[in-house]
Design a protein around this ligand. Structure first.
Ligand code: MF3
Ligand code: CO
Length: 251
């Protein structure tokens, strides 16, 4: 896996800053009645205005049948990732996950968040809370001397505490010169196992949890949804390991 220099990490942070700007504006626009397509075009517009490119547009993720045709992933309710932003209009009780990547001066950043529209069941609220807490815990454990297994372990621990499941088969990843680099960052694992974290590593940490059993299936449009139809949640940040811990680059 790659070790990035402080100067390279600075550029990834600039990429991440643009991503965060896009997220701030998207969050203001997300309301009942708004179409996913509109959110997609808005994200693309803001990104380009900032001299950057949407990273997912034209990218073919592993296991997908064709290049991704949009800028954001907009995944609703049971859909976990790679939901296509179509003409669907957001409605009361939807749980929406937005995942977005930015390429800036040759460097990638990647982040995701989950929002609810109007009233949602307590079970879904608990799930979103759990997933946010899982990402916070991963960030807390992302420091030199810890191992990849510690990151997965902490996600599992949080999931257990909130009585929800880790989504099986989807992971975080290294990132930087490419959108997806080694290693895979599993959302389960054993304390002290796996690769040791070192300054200069850049990782996309992305816990994905569901209220059901965590099994997933791929749909005809290449998106991934829970097999049992239960709601899912997803939060993601791109981080760099530094001497004193980690720096979140997509804030
Ligand atoms: N953030 C997504 C991931 O890490 C990338 C989506 S790629 C797309 O898996 F092309 F499908 F959008
Ligand atoms: Co990612």
């Amino acid at each position: 896996m790659k070790i990035y220099t402080p100067d390279e990490i600075k550029i990834i942070a600039e990429s991440g800053k643009i991503l965060a700007t896009v997220f701030k504006q998207l969050k203001q626009e997300i309301k009942i009645g708004v179409s996913l397509k509109y959110l997609d075009s808005l994200a693309q517009k803001i990104t380009r205005e900032n001299g950057a490119q949407p990273a997912f547009l034209g990218y073919r993720p592993e296991g997908a049948r064709k290049p991704y045709p949009a800028s954001i992933c907009a995944s609703l309710n049971d859909v976990v990732v790679h939901g296509l932003p179509n003409n669907y209009q957001l409605k009361e009780s939807d749980v929406l996950k937005i995942d977005f990547g930015v390429k800036y001066r040759g460097f990638y950043s990647d982040a995701a968040f989950t929002v609810e529209l109007g009233k949602i069941p307590d079970e879904a609220k608990n799930l979103i809370k759990a997933t946010r807490a899982a990402l916070e815990e991963m960030i807390r454990h992302a420091k030199p001397g810890n191992h990849l297994g510690d990151l997965g372990w902490t996600v599992e621990r949080v999931a257990k505490k909130f009585n929800v499941s880790v989504i099986k088969g989807l992971t975080g990843h290294g990132i930087g010169k490419d959108l997806h680099e080694d290693p895979s960052v599993y959302n389960y694992g054993e304390k002290g196992r796996g690769m040791e974290l070192k300054p200069g590593m850049v990782l996309a940490l992305e816990p994905m949890l569901s209220a059901g059993n965590g099994e997933i299936k791929q749909k005809a449009d290449d998106s991934w949804a829970t097999m049992d139809g239960t709601c899912s949640a997803h939060f993601e940040h791109t981080i760099a390991i530094i001497e004193k811990g980690c720096e979140v680059l997509t804030l």
